[in-house]
Design a protein around this ligand. Structure first.
Ligand code: B12
Length: 339
């Protein structure tokens, strides 16, 4: 009989899947206390499944689950071409090119298709939006270890990797072996975080994380607005500071080349862009999922942070914007720039 595990590993390579690993479907009971603590401190986010049981137990999502195939795909593309906008905002690497949910789902669909050629099986697959804790599945599957910034770091590809998993009813012998954390004494990520969101090793307070702030619809506290700089979507600071992201493999997958945006937004243009134009330029990137106004809000914060009084005239028309959120942030930004 053929070795299904080796077959999956071989097919993954052919399909441009950089990392693949295998684990069982035992619940991650040991994370229960931490998840409950985050909830009681109100630092869990609106982007995660609320039901802790469902976060921990794969069988509550897929009752027939016997094994999990986990994939990792690098998005650490080199791209240095800067657009010549007068006022630039930054888009994090996780939102370069085509939305990773689509890219990884396609990779997994192709893999499932290949496996079905040799063995019939049932499965469910997820990227980011499933109820389970993706990073824990990746750790258990040997894809990588937790960095002190909480990101999963793969030894060959670093931490700029997206994760996906397939819950299956396949019997897979010889599961992957998790890798020990290799951060050692290094705490460069903790020191680099502009807001102190990394409150300790392996402890991120999402409510202070700039990535969260760029996505939430909640009101952003004034002191944190100031620390967002000109970040319009996501934040790469803790990963850029990480030495484990140096001297690593960079497959430079075509899908994550930021052809449309070059990794930046034109702040001036974004503020007054039509929905149609927004869709054309930013529609394909993962960072557009919260809609145009959230990114416009972040652009207002960026204009306030760049401290140039000339920005006031750009902001004034926004005091009449149909969105109460935009009006409020514009008023705050104008006041801040006047000082
Ligand atoms: C909510 C969410 C966010 C929130 C909260 C982040 C967070 N850390 O929880 C916000 C909006 C801030 C966010 C930001 C980002 N996210 Co996000 N996010 C998620 C989501 C939907 C849930 C995360 C979650 O479960 N958090 C729960 C808490 C408990 O997890 P945690 O804080 O990471 O804590 C872990 C460690 O503390 C560890 N741990 C606890 N105690 C101890 C003790 C020791 C000794 C050790 C070793 C470990 C350890 O276990 C915990 C559980 O995994 C997942 C997808 C999913 N469904 O799982 C993506 C996901 C985690 N995000 C991802 C990405 C890419 C990002 C960003 C890099 C995007 C960006 N550039 O802006 C940043 C990174 C921020 C960071 N440093 O974590 C990837 C991570 C890939 C990777 N290589 O790790 C994921 C897995 C999506 C995916 N499928 O690819 N995200």
């Amino acid at each position: 009989m053929m070795n299904i595990k080796q077959y999956i590993i071989d097919k993954s390579k052919e399909l441009n899947i950089d990392m693949v690993g295998f684990t069982d479907c035992e619940p991650f009971e040991y994370l229960r206390e931490y998840l409950a603590e985050r909830k009681s401190l109100n630092i869990n986010t609106e982007f995660e499944e609320d039901d802790i049981d469902r976060r921990l137990d794969p069988k509550l999502t897929f009752p027939e689950c016997k094994s999990i195939i986990t994939i990792g795909v690098s998005y650490n593309n080199d791209f240095d071409e800067k657009p010549d906008y007068k006022l630039k905002g930054i888009i994090s690497k996780s939102s370069w090119g085509i939305d990773y949910h689509i890219v990884l789902r396609k990779r997994m669909e192709s893999l499932i298709h290949e496996i079905k050629k040799v063995k019939d099986f049932n499965c469910q697959y997820y990227v980011d939006t499933g109820p389970l804790v993706d990073r824990e599945i990746a750790r258990k599957s040997g894809i990588g270890y937790y960095g002190k910034n909480c990101s999963i770091i793969n030894e060959k590809y670093g931490s700029f990797i997206f994760l996906g998993y397939i819950l299956t009813d396949l019997e897979i012998e010889e599961l992957s072996i998790p890798v020990e954390s290799k951060c050692g004494d290094c705490d460069l990520c903790i020191k680099a975080c502009p807001t102190g969101a990394l409150e300790g090793a392996f402890r991120v307070n999402p409510k202070k994380c700039i990535s969260y702030l760029t996505q939430t619809r909640d009101n952003i506290p004034y002191d944190l607005r100031e620390k967002m700089g000109n970040k319009i979507y996501g934040c790469d600071t803790c990963q850029k500071a990480c030495p484990k992201n140096r001297s690593i493999l960079k497959p430079n997958h075509e899908e994550f080349i930021p052809y449309d945006t070059k990794g930046y937004v034109d702040l001036e243009k974004l503020l007054y862009m039509s929905n149609k134009e927004f869709k054309e330029i930013y529609g394909k990137m993962s960072g557009s999922w919260r809609g145009k106004n959230i990114l416009r809000r972040n652009a207002i914060i960026a204009l306030a942070n760049n401290k140039n009084k000339d920005n006031i005239k750009l902001l004034l028309p926004l005091l009449k914007d149909p969105s109460p959120m935009i009006k409020e942030y514009a008023a705050w930004a104008i006041e801040k720039l006047k000082r």
